[in-house]
Design a protein around this ligand. Structure first.
Ligand code: ADP
Ligand code: MG
Length: 418
């Protein structure tokens, strides 16, 4: 069986479904305003990456974002999607190719979840069956059970669920680009953390080009492959990786924006799947409690994790709780401390502190149970991050040396009147 044809192994890029975005000398001057909201920005956003736009309120983040899909028409400049100049094309046509997510999902209240998600596919003239299949596929993607949620109305969903549907809707026609304006601003911190983790997972699967506006620097560090720090007029102060912005803020403005404790923020860069997880004894609803207890004792553990038919954790029982049961129930325990494997160690610690369990259950794809992370593991990581931060704080600084950055940074300049 000799095969002579050389089959090229797929490169990392072949999975990228996103397209690059180029803003070239783009300006927005609102009528009646003294200075432009966006002042001649040139910004290259690489295909398949998440780029975060951060900066103080009113600095032009939203205006910049909305010019990419021309919800706001630029006063001047050029916008290129992939290798197509889209500055002059029909705006509606452009917006069908660019997913857009706003705070709280921006769902139409009088339409069901399915109808909300189907909007763009309908406009594109897809058949009924294809739309129905796509709706279910997208609900699965954002971890909502299609049978349970497709016929609900937005008011019958939690804030986090609405936001998930908003993401599903934006992805409906498989656009290469996703724009998100403070998407997680309206939900509580725990939900926000889960939605962020989910977005990271979805992005690993889809590799879109995603541009996200946020005023939360921690969120930018967590989600961004690249971060653009703006000052007023969308002047670019720094465009770099999270690691480099934390390690070498371009100037005092960025330093202030990062805030104090940049060293501890490094923890935001470490994820649950970077540290070792402990194994757990696993059992299922319907199992005999005494048999499960015997397994727990045999393993020398104190707890058992009960998972459902899709391997998602639903209960976490102690030996004592097991001793009081005949069979394992199927009712999910409220407030189970769960973190995604892509959650940051900061998030993991928050979850443990809220639950006071001293540990958390870690889940991966489709919320499947992976293992347990405990406080000691996180504290060790914090200690080593602190030590690393202290070492780098003692390092000599030389930011005015005019050194050429060694990273392969996407190009970005702003016409700054210096
Ligand atoms: P950010 O999203 O960073 O908070 P925006 O892009 O919303 O900032 O706004 C940038 C600047 O443009 C602000 O000074 C704001 O007041 C102004 N601006 C935004 N929208 C309009 C508008 N429709 N008309 C006039 N000025 C506007
Ligand atoms: Mg804004």
């Amino acid at each position: 069986m000799s095969e002579t044809t050389t089959i090229e192994s797929p490169t990392a890029d072949s999975a990228v479904s996103g397209k690059s975005i180029l803003l070239e000398k783009v300006t927005k001057q609102y009528p009646g305003q003294k200075s432009p909201a966006v002042d001649g920005i040139t910004l290259e956003i690489p295909a398949g990456k998440i780029v975060m736009l951060v900066g103080p309120s009113g600095c032009g983040k939203t205006t910049t974002l909305k010019m990419i899909n021309r919800l706001i028409e630029p006063t001047d400049g050029r916008i290129v999607l992939g290798d197509e100049d889209v500055t002059g094309i029909d705006g509606d046509d452009l917006r069908r190719r660019i997913g857009y997510v706003i705070q709280a999902g921006g769902l139409f209240p009088h339409m069901t979840v399915a109808a909300n998600i189907a909007i763009v596919p309908k406009m594109l003239g897809w058949g009924k069956d294809r739309i129905a299949r796509r709706v279910d596929e997208l609900l699965e993607l954002v971890s909502l059970d299609p049978a349970e949620y497709r016929d609900r109305f937005p008011k019958e969903l939690s804030g986090g669920q609405q936001q998930r549907v908003g993401v599903a809707r934006a992805l409906a026609a498989d656009p290469p680009v996703l724009l998100m304006d403070e998407p997680f601003g309206a939900v509580d911190p725990i939900t926000r953390q889960r939605l962020q983790d989910e977005l990271i997972r979805i992005q690993e699967e889809l590799q879109k080009t995603i541009v996200i506006v946020t005023h939360d620097f921690d969120e930018a560090v967590k989600l961004g492959d690249w971060i653009v720090v703006f000052s007023d007029g969308a002047h670019i102060v720094q465009y770099d990786t999270p690691e480099r912005i934390l390690a070498e803020p371009a100037n005092e403005f960025v330093e202030n924006f990062i805030g104090s404790g940049a060293g501890l923020k490094q923890l935001t860069l470490r994820r649950v799947n970077d540290v070792g997880l402990a194994e757990a004894v696993i059992a299922h609803p319907g199992d005999t409690a005494s048999a499960v207890l015997a397994m727990v004792v045999e393993a020398g553990h104190n707890h058992v994790v009960i998972v459902d038919e899709r391997e998602r954790p639903i209960q976490w029982l102690s030996r004592r709780q097991l001793g009081r049961l005949d069979t394992i129930g199927s009712t999910p325990e409220v407030g189970l401390p769960i973190v995604g494997s892509r959650a940051t160690l900061n998030d993991a610690l928050d979850t443990m502190l809220v639950s006071s369990a001293g540990a958390a259950l870690v889940t991966g794809k489709r919320d499947r149970f992976l293992g347990v992370i405990d406080v000691e593991t996180v504290m060790d990581a914090i200690t080593s991050a602190r030590a690393a931060a202290a070492r780098s704080a003692n390092a000599p600084t030389g930011t005015n040396s005019g050194e050429i950055p060694t990273v392969d940074a996407p190009q970005a300049t702003a016409v700054v009147d210096e």
